[in-house]
Design a binder for this molecule. Structure first.
Ligand SMILES: Cc1cc2nc3c(=O)[nH]c(=O)nc-3n(C[C@H](O)[C@H](O)[C@H](O)COP(=O)(O)OP(=O)(O)OC[C@H]3O[C@@H](n4cnc5c(N)ncnc54)[C@H](O)[C@@H]3O)c2cc1C
Length: 459
């Protein structure tokens, strides 16, 4: 054990796991099985004091530092070779104030941790669509999910954040203190420090009417055309993403259709239940629904419906864009490449980011794409590393076909792979220069660089 790590022993309450620990392999593993990284140590922090000690130790010793929330980043930003991993997974509390409708969430909580705490109060935070995703990375990149159209991105509901900075101090960032830091945290990723506590505005969400509707792949054009048209003006309590799906062996799928490729809509209606059918009528009018699980369910059930389909440890390679308009040519390209979806866990998901998310000004937060209507992501996910080349090729070919129709160079930083680093300025969009200024003010030596990195502006 090197001296700096040994010295941490007396300063932190959390476990320090090194190559000689029995659970080293578990502790270093991240979601994307492609990344087999071997850090000097994984420090499972218990509180802000632990985080401050680890940040200070990394800075003073010059060791590389990776910060891990939920560990879900496809580029594997939650792991590193040789350096220190600051693991926040033990800081996963979620404490609800039902009167103020606010939740305080530890920096390493998952969306499932938050849902579990808020649902009994009939409340929910704006999250994503898979409950195992970390609140930390998801929030700092923006946060796109079922509630985006009605309450905005996750960052639009962030009230404050406690942040351990590169100099080892913890500060609070909000609309009233460290405003520049608060601005940058909302879309600027993990570049500015370690968030130990997020404070979110909650919303009244209890049981929703939601779940997948499976349409024939041959009806994809009609479904996509109806979807692009309707999502521009549908009631905002309707969230709904589109995707390709090879049918899994589930009770609501006819047995003779298991393994067939479908196109799927996944609505989430957070309005009066009796209005749900009327609200999804434009989808049913587009084509016949061949199988479905569209029903009343607790919001946490919907947000964990796909968890088993996307387990930790698979090979992952993703690519993403932002688009204003889903053109006819784009639909043609989607159908051509969607037809070749190679694995039951692979897909292309098209998430709407209009409605409430567009009512926040382009420069109010660091998220630089408020004029976009959709965030498409091509999700390559498969088991066998021997098939990496074929599966990454499917993602790249698909991306090359749709990107010319996107009208934008940037994509959502949270849907990027590790070969997308050179896209960072486009991904952060018009706010990149201001982000670089804030980075220079808070992390001039780029201690927090294991992320979609923002290079500190030079003076
Ligand atoms: C199966 C799956 C489903 C997904 N679904 C959605 C979705 O519906 N909507 C959506 O918006 N995104 C979604 N994503 C993308 C997701 O937002 C990113 O993968 C995100 O990076 C995950 O955050 P994490 O904390 O789990 O990841 P990590 O790998 O732990 O961290 C990602 C980045 O954030 C930084 N970070 C994490 N926590 C903190 C913290 N507390 N303080 C400072 N920095 C921190 C890390 O340093 C790293 O740079 C999904 C990803 C997967 C794999």
């Amino acid at each position: 054990m090197n001296n700096s790590i040994e010295a941490l022993n007396s300063k932190v309450r959390g476990r320090i796991i090194t190559a000689s620990s029995d659970d080293y392999d578990d502790a270093r593993a991240v979601y994307n099985g492609m990344h087999d990284r071997r850090p000097e140590a994984v420090v499972q922090c218990m509180d802000s004091a632990d985080v401050m000690a680890v940040v200070t130790s990394a800075r003073d010793s010059g060791m590389d530092l990776a910060v891990r929330g939920g560990g879900h980043s496809v580029p594997g930003f939650g792991a590193i070779d040789e350096g220190l991993v600051l693991d926040l997974s033990r800081m996963n509390y979620a404490r609800v104030d039902p009167v103020k409708k606010v939740v305080n969430v530890g920096g390493g909580a998952t969306l499932g941790d938050v849902d579990h705490a808020t649902y009994p109060f009939g409340l929910a935070a704006a999250g994503g669509v898979v409950s195992t995703t970390g609140v930390g990375g998801l929030t700092l990149g923006g946060g796109i999910g079922y509630l985006t159209r009605s309450v905005g991105l996750t960052i639009d509901n962030l009230l404050s954040a406690d942040v351990v900075l590169a100099d080892g101090r913890q500060v609070t960032a909000s609309d009233y203190q460290n405003e520049d830091l608060f601005w940058a945290l909302r879309g600027g990723g993990g570049n500015f420090g370690v968030v130990t506590n997020f404070e979110f505005q909650l919303h009244e969400v209890g049981d929703v009417v939601g779940g997948p509707m499976f349409f024939e792949f041959d009806d994809a054009q009609a479904v996509l055309e109806a979807y692009r048209e309707y999502m521009m003006h549908a009631p905002e309590q309707l969230g709904c993403f589109f995707g390709w799906q090879i049918a899994p062996p589930l009770p609501f799928i006819p047995q003779d259709r298991v393994g067939d490729l479908f196109c799927v809509l996944v609505p989430c209606w957070n309005g009066p239940h009796e209005e749900a059918e009327q609200v999804v009528k434009p989808f049913r009018d587009a084509a016949e629904v061949k199988a479905e699980l569209f029903e009343v369910m607790p919001f946490p059930t919907l947000q964990s419906l796909f968890d088993d389909a996307v387990p930790k440890g698979m090979q992952n390679y993703w690519k993403a864009d932002f688009i204003t308009e889903l053109t006819d040519d784009a639909i043609t390209a989607h159908i051509e490449h969607g037809a070749k979806t190679p694995h039951i866990s692979s897909s292309m998901h098209l998430h709407p980011i209009n409605g409430a998310a567009q009512r926040v000004g382009a420069d109010e937060t660091a998220f630089g794409h408020r004029d976009k209507n959709f965030a498409p992501v091509i999700v390559g996910m498969w088991d066998d590393p021997a098939e990496n080349e074929a599966n990454t090729k499917w993602v790249k070919d698909y991306y090359d076909a749709i990107h010319p129709h996107s009208g934008s160079d940037g994509g959502y930083i949270n849907f990027m792979s590790d070969d997308d680093d050179d896209r960072a300025p486009a991904n952060y969009g018009a706010n990149y220069e201001r982000l670089a200024e804030v980075k220079a003010a808070y992390d001039p030596d780029n201690l927090f660089h294991v992320n979609q990195n923002i290079v500190p502006a030079s003076n």
